[in-house]
Each structure stands twice: as structure tokens, then as C-alpha cells.
Ligand binder design. Structure first.
Ligand SMILES: *Cc1c(COP(=O)(O)O)cnc(C)c1O
Length: 390
């Protein structure tokens, strides 16, 4: 199911910003500066009057950050984009720009846990209600939408990896005059471009595949000029979760190889998922690529999936015997990772994780990195042998 070729303009990200600016540098420089001075009083006043747009202070506008925003906007087919200091900063600022006290949000079940917690704490205190629906059940979504302000999507969902028909859900939102927003971190724009499916705003934790090397925490939102302007007007400057110039520079570097990395993550993860599915000790593999077909608009699959062991496997021994798969949260980098569900279920901040996020006690989540399919499979086989002996 490896495609991603179609509307994705690889050449444009390879050559982005090699456009004669900055002494013809192939890579945009890092504008590691908090402020930009004016040549004279006249220039300053034209900028203050809004007659000229140029950087004055990095929390507002920084050329390196802007270069990343323009690249990502292009990849998502958006008019504009805004970079943030984390995925959660992008999510909170974007959501808060479209709701106020008394409003209701419809969200799909099993969203990223910290988005769920944002909804259940700060938004709850602001009297913003959230209705959770199964994103696979379009009738349930349609029923929940009337009177709502925002439809919050994530597909596939965290951990259980339910893939939704994003275009159909976006159309429902449009019909009810509801703004739609999606967390597209899992697929990346290489495999899913939600704006082309009718979603209004697309958000990424850039800490995952956009950066791709586990060295940045960042976020971004992309959409129409009008909607991005709304976020830019208040939440972006006043909550102040601005992406830093150096992190933006790392993200630009990451984007250049996004298609190559995504193809490699897809191939290895899908092969490992298929092999796991055949094992006696595995009950279920949750990987959208194992279904007969992917939902319309999802053009491939990435490296993150989960599976459930049958009773009797020592998951602690399995995790401890893995050498290439390291125990660690997050994902989207070059390295392979494992998170055992039984560990997440012990988390004090979220005592109901099993019900809330669909996390099975015998499940493990894998992120398949770039180490190579056969080496990773050998690692799994050796760990399984150790886990079955003990
Ligand atoms: C990591 C993650 C986030 C949050 O991003 P941060 O950069 O860690 O703030 C949001 N959504 C998904 C699906 C994630 O995996």
C-alpha cells in the first residue's frame, strides 16, 4: 500500500528556500535572535501601523520559523501555518481559538491522552463540554454534531489505531456548520492530507515524524488564511507557545527526508505486524494496514501500532530482552520503541486508562524505526523466546 507519490511534491521540499535569499544558502540560516531593530523612526511606524510586515520580535515572527511554516503549509495543501513550541501548544491554542464558555466540542474516542486531559481539566473549568463518539460510527457523529462548535478528530487514534473516514466526518461537520480539526501526527502529510479531504485545520506534533530524529519538541497547525489568522490574533501571541528558531531549523532538515523515512517506517512496520499476526502468542494486531483496505484519503501507514499478547506471555521479560526496541514513550524518530500497556495502566494521573483510551493490559505499543526489518524481527523473536521460557 506504499503510495504517497500522488499529490505529494517531493521536489518542492527538497528545494524549498533555495531561492536566492540569504546569500543563496541551500539551508535557511537560524535567526537566533529575539528582536529585530528598525532602520529609522519612519520604518518603525509603518510596521506599527501594519503597512509593512517584517519581523520585530521572535514571539510574533521569525524568518527561520516562517520558513518551516511555509514548507509545512505547502505539504498539507494549506494557505498558511503556525509553528508552536509543542504539539500540545498547537492543540490548546487552536482549540481555544474556536470555542468559548458554554460551547460544546465533539471529539473522537481514544484521542491522544494529553488532548483528552486538556478537555477534561482546563476546558471543563471554562464550561466547555466535550462529547466523545466512536469515529467509525458516522451516524453517532452526525447525531452529536448539531449545536456543537468544533469536531476534533485524530485518525488513526492513539494506541488502538482506529482509522476513520476523515472525508466523510469532515463533510458531516460542514453540513452542521461545525469547524473541524484533526491531529495528523500519525500519518504525516506524506500519507494523509486532511485539508484536501475537507477538514478545516490540521495539527501535528512535529516532535514525531516531521522532525523524525527525536531531537525536537514542536507543533504546528495549518489551514486557511482566515482560520490561521484567528489563531494568530490571540491564542498564539498571548498563550505564547512559540516555536524556537533552532527547533524550526531542525524541522526543516527533518522534512527534507520525510518521504524516504515514511516509506521505510511503513514497509518495516507492516511486515512486522503481518509476522506478529501469524504468531500463536499474539491475539490481535492493531495496525490499519492489516484491514482489507485503508479508509479513503489514507494513502499509507506509518511505524506506530500495537498488538495484544495472549495470556501467559511474560511481557516484562519480552520488553527487557529487546535490544533494538527501547522502552520509551513518544515515537516518530529513527529508533524503535516499545511501551507495555500494563505500565501505562499504572499511571497515577489517569487511573481509568483502560476504559478511556482502550488500552488492553496485555497490549504493547511498538514504534518501528529505521534499523531494518530483519534486524528488528530477529530482536522480537529472541525476546519472545526469552519471554516464553520464563
Ligand atoms: C505526541 C503527540 C501529541 C503531543 O505532541 P507534543 O509535541 O508532545 O506536545 C499530540 N498528538 C499525538 C497523536 C501525539 O503522539
Amino acid at each position: 500500500m506504499s503510495s504517497g507519490e500522488d499529490p505529494f511534491d517531493l521536489a518542492s521540499i527538497i528545494t524549498a528556500h533555495d531561492d536566492g535569499n540569504f546569500a543563496d544558502a541551500v539551508v535557511p540560516p537560524i535567526f537566533q535572535t529575539s528582536l529585530f531593530t528598525f532602520s529609522d523612526y519612519d520604518e518603525m511606524i509603518t510596521v506599527y501601523r501594519g503597512e509593512k510586515v517584517r519581523p520585530t520580535y521572535t514571539r510574533g515572527l521569525n524568518p527561520t520559523v516562517r520558513a518551516f511554516e511555509e514548507m509545512l503549509a505547502k505539504l498539507e495543501g494549506a494557505e498558511d501555518a503556525l509553528g508552536f513550541a509543542s504539539g500540545m501548544a498547537a492543540i490548546s491554542s487552536s482549540v481555544l481559538s474556536f470555542v468559548e464558555p458554554g460551547d460544546r466540542i465533539v471529539a473522537v474516542k481514544h484521542v491522544y491522552p494529553d488532548a483528552f486531559r486538556l478537555f477534561g481539566t482546563i476546558l471543563k473549568r471554562m464550561k466547555i463540554e466535550v462529547t466523545y463518539v466512536d469515529g467509525r460510527d458516522e451516524e453517532a457523529v452526525a447525531k452529536a454534531l448539531p449545536g456543537a462548535k468544533l469536531l476534533y478528530l485524530e485518525s488513526p487514534t492513539s494506541w488502538v489505531m482506529e482509522a476513520h473516514d476523515v472525508g466523510a466526518l469532515a463533510a458531516l461537520a460542514k453540513r452542521h456548520g461545525v469547524v473541524s480539526m484533526i491531529d495528523n501526527s500519525w500519518a504525516s502529510p506524506f500519507f494523509q492530507r486532511p485539508l484536501t479531504l475537507g477538514v478545516d485545520l490540521v495539527i501535528h506534533s512535529a516532535s514525531k515524524y516531521l522532525g523524525g530524529h527525536s531531537d525536537v519538541v514542536a507543533g504546528i497547525v495549518a489551514g486557511s488564511k482566515e482560520m490561521i489568522a484567528r489563531i494568530k490574533a490571540e491564542a498564539y501571541p498571548y498563550l505564547g507557545g512559540k516555536l524556537s528558531p533552532f527547533d524550526a531549523w531542525l524541522l526543516i532538515r527533518g522534512l527534507r527526508t520525510l518521504p524516504l523515512r515514511m516509506r521505510a517506517h511503513e514497509a518495516s512496520a507492516l511486515e512486522i505486524a503481518r509476522r506478529l499476526q501469524k504468531l500463536e502468542v499474539v491475539e490481535t494486531v492493531c495496525h490499519p494496514g492489516l484491514a482489507n483496505r485503508l479508509p479513503a484519503g489514507l494513502n499509507g501507514t506509518s511505524g506506530l501500532f500495537s498488538f495484544i499478547f495472549r495470556d501467559g506471555v511474560d511481557i516484562r521479560a519480552f520488553a527487557d530482552h529487546l535490544k533494538l526496541f527501547k522502552l520509551g514513550v513518544s515515537w516518530g524518530g529513527h529508533e524503535s520503541l516499545i511501551v507495555p500497556g500494563e505500565v501505562v495502566l499504572q499511571q497515577k494521573a489517569q487511573p481509568n486508562s483502560a476504559q478511556t483510551f482502550g488500552i488492553h493490559a496485555r497490549s504493547v505499543r511498538l514504534h518501528v524505526g529505521l534499523e531494518g526489518t530483519e534486524a528488528l524481527w530477529r530482536d522480537i523473536e529472541e525476546a519472545l523466546a526469552a519471554a516464553s521460557q520464563s
